[in-house]
Design a protein around this ligand. Structure first.
Ligand code: NAG
Length: 986
């Protein structure tokens, strides 16, 4: 749901939307309110650091004032430590900055820089602030879950140049970190080649603590006068040229940030020499390959901003911040992918510039390359950066996942279709929508309740007039194994007779204002308090609220949606909390802002685990706000988009970016949240939405109903076809989720990830591969299209999913895409598992038989896999799953299924529940001509009775026709999905 002051007064919303619609007729439609959000220039520390970068760039004799003191260096157990000295004016004491560079077993290096004075708490806070004095150093407590073992193999080089320290590390010690002492800088090499440079441009900047020197003020306290004036003179001398205007306080939109610790920003330039493309740092409505940000043609004027915010009617093609932040960036070129994870939870800005260089200036282009240079700027906290040297995109997603965790394996329903709207208004309405899906034979799994189900916006209550009997509603949904998701937000209504708010206050679990009192702000319920989930006691309390006997009317089929957790505060600066608010441990909100959403999401997840003693199911919790690590908890969506073609188009690169950035369980609101989509747009959005890992239709309260059964013929039928395609391929999707959960690989993948050597395809971001299936989809994202151009990167044949039309040869291929056609092709070389029987929900497909699509590559081979478990519990951790590899070999002319399971305590019992589930059909696409007259194949299965050990099974061959590939069908081989078997085609 959105922030809109107008929305709390429905009449005004109506007028507002009417106006918006009128605007839409004449030009660009509704637009983000830029004035509500800061530009870099309006964000003091960003402005200061950009100005610093400009000064440095225009000063030819510039040297960075940071020097590593060689006498301080120690190297022990894979860790180099020492002190960096920041020089101030001549004769002044240097600022001490403790440095550690940790070399991890995984081949990742971690660089941490702190500030001695703040670390020791040797500073004076202004005002009566109770804030902590240190730079925030707990982001890792939330973001990191592993991968921190230090590398015993890392060694100091014995011979190095004077003024440098060199460490060899990583597999085979092929990686080097060359640390320059003066000025301080680090060069990271792999295989002898420089991949990443720190402080190459000299933009390292750690704003050290200093005492505020008061300007002469009208009303001076007696006795202090002299001292102040003295200091004032000194100050002028010392800080000449520096812009102090935003050091001690800063106002924006009528809110003043009191900054009790003064300026504390931390910034660094990170260069990727030879890399033309950088990806990552979601969430922005931008292209996958990030643009440059310092002006010029085709570039932005603002840095990419990471400051989780409820951005009302966000705009396309913009570096503006959105709801979540993942400060993980990767640079890619042919043969190499490297990256950095800037683990900082404060407001962060990232500038990107690219420069062309040429080996020989006269041979333009030839031998030249592009360098990408980035500038990272955070408001507070440690400098804490992880450096990944690849060399493949798969290495990056795996290593980043080792640190921050892999995607949680969802319940199987969670990857099916979700039907949401603000709002289904009564329990009868819910049942009615449910019945209509059935009437039109449209599959869906989950129906959602937005905020109106509550009694006067009090969470954990039901409106007694509209949701009279939630239990009965649940029973109704359970008949078709469907689920309910209800919204719970972090703002707690400030009102009488509401035990939840009473307990929150009594237990002292609310976020505090700068004075240390409960912070009160404005959100959906009006006056509200916010639960502070940084506090472990808050999690304990939150758990108690979700117990079935506490949150009455919920049951095992109720799941949760966390919205507004940036947090969204309607009357706060930039629609969020004041930065000088205080969280648990007296950390300022400034320090932890980008983590806030994740801590709330985490508390809800933990609560869902303990709703009833002994009942442990995988939670499903959707979040809007997120940070690195949120993937361990649930799914995200891209927030409040618009029912416009441009938003449909942007959803593809946004979802792809989530995938490569470690949080792949992502989707956009199908249909667009604000506004009414045309029938064509709605249809195309469903055809695209079936490729989002998280697939939900959603709509604003002022929009017309638009459930898939609404738009009339032929749209209903076409949308139903799209939904059926998603359901048919659920086994392939579930397998892709499993891969994400165990290797960190994205669920939907951009071209560069699948074809890292294909330079022409690096920026391709309008088509996607589903897991490792070879399925390549290119959704239609503009109006009136009859075809799309699919980009093919390799020389494999690709086949249309529906009619096996062949496309082969690197480059663009035109694929027909009339409204009823969903552009989807299959790369040769894969085996794709699916379930072909149409059902009303995924739960009803649990024991359905499988169809295998064997798509032969140019050499006649194919490989694939399937992962299955009970889709609900954590028993898979004890081996209760089926994981098989399918391979078709041209040489042996056979298709076989072999086990990828690791046996555990529950492997056999699970296999037993699945023992009757079989493969009912095998389709071979690109079937060889020799099979033309074949009528049978021979099937053998492990553990089968003697008589059935080698059985003949019916086979039918279909010749190629024009561009359509030959294909063949093995009809009902009756082999178990969990068993070893072989189909012999010889
Ligand atoms: C939630 O946070 C707690 C406390 O930091 C942590 O122990 C737990 O592992 C987190 N849960 C998840 C799913 O990350």
């Amino acid at each position: 749901m959105i922030f809109s002051r107008a929305s709390s007064a429905p009449r005004w919303t109506g007028i507002f939307l009417l106006l918006s619609t009128l605007f839409a007729l004449f030009g660009p439609a509704v637009m983000v309110k830029h004035e509500n959000f800061k530009t870099c220039d309006q964000s003091g520390f960003c402005k200061r650091n950009r100005a610093f970068a400009d000064t440095v760039a225009s000063t030819s004799s510039w040297t960075s004032p940071y020097t590593l003191d060689p006498a301080s260096l120690k190297f022990k157990d894979g860790q180099l430590s020492g002190t960096i000295l920041k020089s101030l004016k001549d004769g002044e004491e240097k600022v001490q900055l403790p440095l550690t560079i940790t070399f991890l077993e995984s081949g990742v290096a971690r660089v941490t820089l702190d500030e001695e004075k703040r670390r020791k708490g040797d500073i004076v806070l202004r005002g009566d602030s109770k804030a902590r004095k240190e730079r925030y150093n707990e982001a890792g407590n939330w973001a990191l879950v592993g991968g921190l073992e230090t590398a015993q193999g890392a060694v100091l080089s014995e011979k190095v140049e004077e003024g440098y320290t060199k460490v060899y590390y990583g597999l085979g010690r092929l990686q080097e970190a060359i640390i320059r002492h003066s000025p301080f800088g680090i060069e990271f090499k792999r295989g002898g080649e420089t991949q990443i440079r720190f402080n190459e441009r000299g933009l390292l900047n750690m704003e050290h603590w200093r005492q505020k020197v008061e300007k002469p003020v009208e009303e001076k306290k007696e006795g202090e006068e002299e001292k102040k004036e003295e200091a004032e003179t000194e100050n002028k001398e010392e800080e000449k040229g520096e812009d102090e205007s935003t050091w001690w306080d800063e106002s924006f939109g009528g809110n003043t940030d009191t900054k009790p610790r003064g300026p504390e920003a931390v910034a660094l330039d990170i260069s990727f020499p030879g890399y033309e493309h950088v990806f990552g740092i979601p969430e922005h409505a931008t292209r996958l390959s990030l643009k440059t940000t310092r002006g010029g043609e085709g570039s932005y004027n603002e840095p990419y901003r990471l400051y989780n915010a409820d951005v009302f009617e966000y705009e396309m093609d913009s570096p503006m911040t959105l709801y979540g932040s993942i400060p993980f960036m990767q640079a890619h070129k042919k043969g190499s992918t490297v990256g950095v994870f800037w683990m900082n939870a404060a407001e962060t800005w990232v500038d990107i510039i690219k420069s062309k260089s040429s080996a020989n200036p006269l041979s333009l282009g030839i031998g030249g390359h592009t360098d990408t240079k980035t500038h990272w700027i955070s408001e507070s906290g440690l400098l804490d950066v992880f450096v990944f040297l690849g060399p493949t995109p798969q290495d990056l997603t795996r290593q980043y996942g080792e640190l921050t965790g892999y995607t949680a394996m969802p319940q199987s329903f969670a990857i099916a279709y979700h039907q949401c709207r603000w709002n289904y208004v009564t329990d009868e309405d819910v049942k009615d929508v449910d019945r209509k899906f059935d009437k039109f034979k449209i599959p869906y799994d989950v129906i959602w309740l937005d905020i109106e189900y509550t009694h006067e916006k009090k969470y954990f209550t039901w409106d007694p007039l509209t949701f009279v009997n939630p239990q009965k509603m649940h029973k109704h949904l359970e008949k078709r194994d469907r689920k309910l998701v209800a919204i719970i937000d972090p703002h707690i209504k400030n009102t009488d007779n509401y035990p939840v708010v009473d307990e929150l206050k009594k237990k002292g679990l609310a976020v505090k204002n700068k004075e240390g009192n409960d912070y009160e702000g404005w959100c959906w319920p009006g006056s509200s308090y916010w639960i502070d989930c940084f506090n472990p006691a808050s999690i304990t309390w939150w758990k108690s609220l979700f117990k079935y006997d506490s949150f009455k009317g919920t049951g095992p089929n109720t799941f949760i949606w966390n919205d507004m957790n940036e947090p969204s505060v309607f009357n706060g600066p930039e629609t969020t909390m004041p930065k000088d608010n205080l969280h648990f441990g007296n950390w300022e909100h400034r320090d932890v802002h980008n983590l806030n959403g994740m801590t709330f999401h985490n508390a809800t997840y933990e609560a869902m685990l303990e709703r009833k003693k002994g009942e442990i199911r995988r939670p499903f919790v959707l979040t809007r706000s997120f940070y690195s690590g949120s993937q361990r908890i649930g799914a995200m969506w891209t927030g409040d988009n618009l029912a416009e073609w441009s938003h449909l188009e942007a959803s593809i690169p946004m979802v792809l970016n989530q995938g490569i950035s470690g949080f792949p369980f992502a989707g956009a609101d199908v249909g667009g949240f604000f506004g009414n989509p045309s029938k064509e747009l709605l249809t195309r959005w469903y055809q695209a939405g079936i490729y989002y890992p998280f697939f939900r239709g959603h709509a604003h309260i002022d929009t017309r109903r638009r459930e898939p059964y609404i738009p009339g013929s032929p749209y209903i039928e076409i949308i139903t076809q799209a939904l059926r395609l998603r359901y048919q391929l659920l086994p392939a999707w579930y397998t892709a989720f499993h891969e994400a959960a165990t290797t960190g690989a994205p669920i939907v993948r951009p071209n560069f990830y699948v074809h890292p050597g294909d330079e022409k395809g690096f920026a391709v971001d309008d088509q996607l591969y589903i897991g490792s299936t070879g399925l390549l989809a290119k959704p239609v994202t503009s109006e009136g299209k009859e075809s799309v151009d699919v980009y093919i990167a390799d020389d494999q044949p690709y086949f249309d999913y529906f009619d096996y039309t062949t496309y082969q040869g690197a480059g663009h291929h035109t694929v027909p895409a009339a409204l009823e056609k969903i552009p989807l092709v299959m790369q040769g070389g894969h085996v794709i598992p699916r379930r072909d029987r149409p059902r009303r929900s995924s739960g009803l497909m649990k024991f359905d038989p499988f169809t295998l699509i064997v798509v032969l590559d140019k050499d006649g081979n194919a490989e694939g896999s399937i992962y299955l478990d009970d889709g609900e519990t954590f028993d898979y951790k004890q081996g209760a799953y089926i994981h098989r590899r399918f391979s078709f070999s041209a040489q042996y002319k056979s298709l076989s299924s072999s086990s990828l399971n690791t046996k555990g305590a529950k492997t056999d019992s699970y296999a037993k529940t699945m023992s009757k589930v079989r493969v009912e059909k095998v389709i071979i696409v690109n079937a060889p001509k020799e099979w033309k007259d074949k009528k049978h194949v021979v099937v053998s299965e492990e553990g089968a009775k003697e008589s059935a050990r080698r059985k003949k099974v019916e086979f039918k061959y279909h010749e190629a026709q024009g561009k359509k590939a030959a294909w063949a069908v093995v009809r009902d081989p009756k082999v178990g999905i969990g068993r070893g078997w072989k189909v012999d085609f010889s």
